[in-house]
Design a protein around this ligand. Structure first.
Ligand code: ATP
Length: 362
């Protein structure tokens, strides 16, 4: 069975801890993306799974077998790198079949495997060409074909699409996802591109400073972030994170002091359990509902910069206490710089984070 288990996996470089006690289970057929800012430990984690980096502590278990002491070539994992190097003097077919040269299989089986993967990746028509005679997208597909031709235990991708242009990336995202979904292998993809993670992953592990901050489906990490970091990291434009003092709950609304001014916001019931304390209110730019007049549960902000984004408009507005508030409105909602917005928020989409940074939920 193709599974990957990481148990308290840790990597130290001298006194610096790059990956700290990471636990992760990837099921057969599942795609998990490691997503996080530069230096958070994604690649180091992937390299430890592949055996390219030795774990300082903890275990890498693939297909139920502890791999810590095994060299990369004994782990039977397929790794696709950002900088895939194809052999320029070999044809596409020879490049794809190259990893099979070390396998104890006959010429017929070799041909069958080559035919199967070249069909899966739509490379049949270019098998006789050299890498220089095919497109960038085809080269990327050859790299994937070469990785899957061996029937490995699992797949590891390191920023596989970062070299491609935006349009090609989109196509390749869905193509790779389609290929992976037919193979029933545990797959880990490292990326710092959240769109890539949101579209390709079954689950996303959001990392920071060597730790998994949240592991969940793309919808979970987007709609129910566990903490302020995940809330701010996932989603474009970024979630508004407004610092406030929570005072009390009154008529179903939280009474908050934002920059010293009292504001009421409809929030989830769990907030009632908070003692008066500092909180961070998280509201996505698309979760605001502008209404015509100020009400006890509205935030007031003045539009300062208006950015058309096609079907929507991104408005940078200044709140009453000086905070920057990003609001996304449908393009039809006409707006001018200097106009005052009265913003209501759906309580189901208003996140509250305690002083510790953790989400407060019912
Ligand atoms: P990026 O998106 O920039 O590739 P990453 O999340 O993949 O970042 P890693 O490459 O895993 O991050 O690095 C994690 C941390 O470990 C970084 O601070 C990095 O500088 C450090 N690091 C990585 N390799 C070594 C090494 N061989 N020696 C010392 N420190 C290292």
């Amino acid at each position: 069975m193709s599974t990957i288990s990481l148990r308290k996996l840790t990597k130290r470089f001298g006194s610096f801890v790059a990956v700290r006690e990471v636990d992760l289970e990837v099921a057969a057929g599942e795609v998990v993306c490691l997503l996080g800012p530069s230096g958070c430990g994604k690649t180091t984690t992937l390299r430890m799974i592949a055996g390219l980096e030795r774990a300082s502590a903890g275990d890498v278990v693939i297909g139920g077998r502890r791999m810590n002491a095994l060299k990369p070539e004994r782990r039977n994992v397929a790794m696709v790198f950002q900088f895939y190097a194809l052999y320029p003097a070999l044809t596409v077919a020879e490049n794809i079949a190259f990893p099979l040269s070390a396998e104890p299989i006959d010429a017929t089986e070799r041909r069958q495997r080559l035919t199967r993967v070249s069909q899966i990746l739509h490379l049949d028509a270019v098998l006789d060409r050299l890498p220089a005679q095919i497109s960038e997208g085809e080269r990327q597909r050859v790299a994937v074909a070469r990785a899957i031709v061996r029937d490995p235990n699992c797949f590891l991708f390191d920023e596989p699409l970062s070299r491609l242009d935006i349009e090609l990336r989109q196509t390749m995202r869905s193509q790779i996802k389609e290929v992976l979904s037919g193979l029933s292998k545990a797959t880990v993809i490292v990326t710092h591109d959240q769109l890539e993670a949101l579209t390709m992953a079954d689950r996303i592990a959001v990392m920071r400073d060597g730790v998994i901050e949240q592991l969940g489906t793309p919808h979970e990490v987007f709609a129910r972030p566990d903490n302020v970091f995940v809330a701010g990291f996932i989603g474009t434009p970024q979630m508004n994170l407004i610092e406030a003092d929570f005072m009390r709950v009154e008529n179903g609304c939280a009474v908050l002091a934002v920059g010293g001014r009292e504001t009421r916001l409809a929030v989830n019931d769990a907030v009632a359990r908070l003692d008066a304390s500092k909180v961070t209110i998280g509201i996505r730019p698309r979760a605001f509902m502008p209404i015509d007049q100020a009400a006890p549960d509205t935030l007031t902000a003045v539009a300062e910069l208006i950015e058309p984004m096609g079907a929507e408009t991104l408005v940078h507005a200044r709140g009453e206490t000086g905070q920057d508030i990003r609001v996304v409105l449908p393009r039809e909602r006409r707006l001018s710089v200097g106009e005052t917005l009265h913003l209501q928020c759906d309580p189901r989409q208003t996140h509250v984070f305690a002083a510790s940074g953790k989400a407060v939920r019912s």
